[in-house]
Design a protein around this ligand. Structure first.
Ligand SMILES: Cc1cc2nc3c(=O)[nH]c(=O)nc-3n(C[C@H](O)[C@H](O)[C@H](O)COP(=O)(O)OP(=O)(O)OC[C@H]3O[C@@H](n4cnc5c(N)ncnc54)[C@H](O)[C@@H]3O)c2cc1C
Length: 317
């Protein structure tokens, strides 16, 4: 196996950090260049749950998501300092639904009984997943990367030749930044606003993607509960909007009575990097190999380790 390759990774979100860690573990020398570092990345704005959402195509997303879940179970859940822990997730629907295509990837999956459904819902399922507290996990990844000998440089790249002039192996994990860097207009933002509230005893996650409170979600973490959300396509506004916040609080109260009254701690906005399909492929640019790993939509954490493994393999080509 080729070892000790110098690799330049662009981007310090979950995709860049996960790819870099696996490259370092395989013996390569990795430097990250990134315009924003944690806690100022889109990745920091996610809650996040392992849950395939707004990412395509299904035939590649499925194996990446399964690999990632297995990786979380084997390497992250055993260490409480990672900010990752198992969680029960209830997904609610106002119409009968088929078993989700990814149900086989999770250990426990069951359909909810009628008396377990809140008013307004006729179907739903419960599954065992992983909650990834990004306020802990992103710093954990940075510390892990540095411990393995990686270097981080805060630097914006305005043209890919800046990177290929520096290094013959480049990994592109710039998320939404790839729209400008590579002129990729198939990549667009889907705006997500969230509200963080004080813990109130609710310990499981609740989602309504498309029903009367869609897109509403409740995701308890170690020190707060993240309430969502919005999915506003082609909306570049990263300011918190009071109308969105009021809607988010209304939806949470409908999803669970414990959210009738909440103590708001903070609010945030992130732009999901959505594409018709995740771009994970190698491209020759001059005499350099550029491996793209971006466009994970609402599932960047859910796909992170599976995509990082494939990225490493493409670098080693
Ligand atoms: C509200 C919300 C909730 C979410 N919930 C979930 C969830 O529950 N589960 C889940 O799996 N996913 C979730 N997501 C999606 C997830 O956050 C994204 O898919 C993921 O963060 C994408 O990670 P990334 O590393 O590819 O990009 P980013 O985190 O955006 O990182 C991109 C990096 O590239 C850098 N960069 C960009 N352009 C340049 C440039 N020109 N030069 C140098 N550096 C550059 C940036 O500064 C940054 O460091 C959610 C997203 C939002 C907004």
């Amino acid at each position: 196996m080729p070892q000790n390759r110098p690799v330049l990774v662009l981007g310090c979100g979950v995709s860049g950090l996960s790819s870099s860690i696996l490259l370092l573990q395989a013996g390569h020398a990795v430097t990250i260049w990134a315009r924003e570092l944690p806690p100022h990345t889109t990745s920091n704005q996610a809650a996040a749950l392992w849950f395939p959402y707004l990412a395509h195509p299904m035939e590649r997303v499925g194996p990446w998501a399964s690999r990632t879940l297995a990786y979380f179970k084997q390497h992250l859940l055993p260490d409480p300092a990672s900010g990752c822990r198992p969680t029960r997730v209830q997904d609610l629907y106002a119409h009968p639904v088929e078993t989700p295509w990814w149900a086989g990837a999770v250990a426990a999956y069951r359909r909810l009984a009628a008396d377990e459904l809140p008013a307004g819902y006729v179907d739903g399922f419960e599954t065992e997943s992983v909650v990834i507290d990004t306020s802990v996990y992103m710093d954990y990844l940075v510390a892990w990367f540095r411990r393995l000998g990686g270097e981080i440089v805060q630097r914006e790249v305005t043209g890919i030749e800046e990177a290929t002039a520096e290094c013959k192996w480049v990994v592109n994990c710039t998320g939404l930044g790839s729209r400008q860097l590579f002129g990729d207009e198939s990549l667009h933002p889907v705006r997500g606003q969230t509200v963080k509230v004080r813990l109130n005893g609710v310990e499981h996650s609740i989602l309504d993607d498309e029903g009367p409170n869609g897109l509403g979600y409740i995701i308890p973490r170690s020190a707060d509960i993240v309430l969502g959300g919005t999915a506003q396509a082609a909306d570049w506004d990263t300011n918190v909007r009071s109308a969105d916040q009021a809607e988010i609080l209304r939806k949470a109260a409908n999803l669970h009575p414990a959210f009738g009254e909440v103590q708001v701690l903070a609010a945030g906005v992130g732009l999901r990097p959505v594409r018709h399909e995740v771009r994970l492929e190698a491209e020759r640019i001059g005499d350099a190999l550029v491996v793209h790993n971006y466009g994970h939509g609402g599932a960047g954490f859910t796909l992170s380790w599976g995509c990082a493994e494939e990225t490493r393999m493409k670098v080693e080509g």
